[in-house]
Design a protein around this ligand. Structure first.
Ligand code: CA
Length: 229
């Protein structure tokens, strides 16, 4: 039986949704507060979440965003606001659908069924696979932010990972230190391109067999670096 979470602070609406969904054979849990809804959504594996936007505690936008950090559970956003900006924001946050109050309960049930079916198809066809880069002995899972060197998982700091991944996904392209600094560190630190050199050195220690003869990240003297394929 599919389990559905309803996060809705208007009790009458929540009850109406619950009744219709239960009549259609779903197991339903109702939470009337945003923060509690978020907690339940993260803790439990629901098959679908019906999420009101304007909620006490944490609002629907934040809940949706937080759920999407770890879960692909279908989310239908429900709101009293017809405002298009809300709609775009809602969809931009990773929601799967959007309904404006008042809506017909049978339409809601139809949409719930459609999304559950779609999600099931997605799962049975294999979840969207992780984004993986494999170059010779190096395997980078961009989605999980994990790296294997010759089959052995190796830890990289966040910036090392970003730098290695950036170079590896643009192989044979020579980047200057300035470009790399701009790309990886952006505006967050006051420019010191020596940071790039330090990070390249650390990455090499982790991926190269012999750091004096790098096989992956090559130094192009007077220019910068490239990931050699
Ligand atoms: Ca509300």
């Amino acid at each position: 039986m599919s389990k559905i979470l309803i996060v809705e602070d208007e009790v009458a609406i929540a009850e109406l949704e619950k009744d219709y969904l239960e009549l259609s054979g779903f197991e339903v849990e109702v939470v009337n507060q945003g923060d509690l809804g978020l907690l339940r959504a993260l803790k439990e594996d629901f098959d679908l979440i019906i999420l009101d936007l304007m909620l006490p505690g944490v609002d629907g936008f934040e809940i949706c965003r937080k759920i999407r950090e770890t879960k692909n559970t279908p989310i239908i956003i429900v709101s009293a606001k017809k405002d298009d900006i809300d709609k775009i924001r809602g969809l931009g946050m990773g929601a799967d659908d959007y309904m404006t109050k008042p809506f017909s309960p049978s339409e809601m049930v139809a949409r719930v069924k459609a999304h559950l079916a779609r999600y099931e198809r997605l799962i049975s066809s294999g979840m969207p696979s992780n984004d993986i880069i494999e170059i010779r002995g190096i395997k980078i899972d961009k989605t999980a932010r994990r790296v294997w060197v010759n089959g052995e998982e190796t830890n990289f700091t966040s910036k090392e990972f970003d730098l290695l991944t950036f170079l590896a996904q643009n192989p044979n392209h020579v980047y200057t230190k300035e470009e790399l600094f701009q790309e990886i560190w952006d505006m967050e630190s006051i420019g010191d391109i020596a940071t790039v050199t330090v990070h390249i050195k650390k990455i090499r220690e982790k991926i190269e067999y012999d750091t004096s003869k790098p096989q992956y990240i090559e130094t192009i003297w007077g220019v910068g670096y490239r990931f050699k394929v």
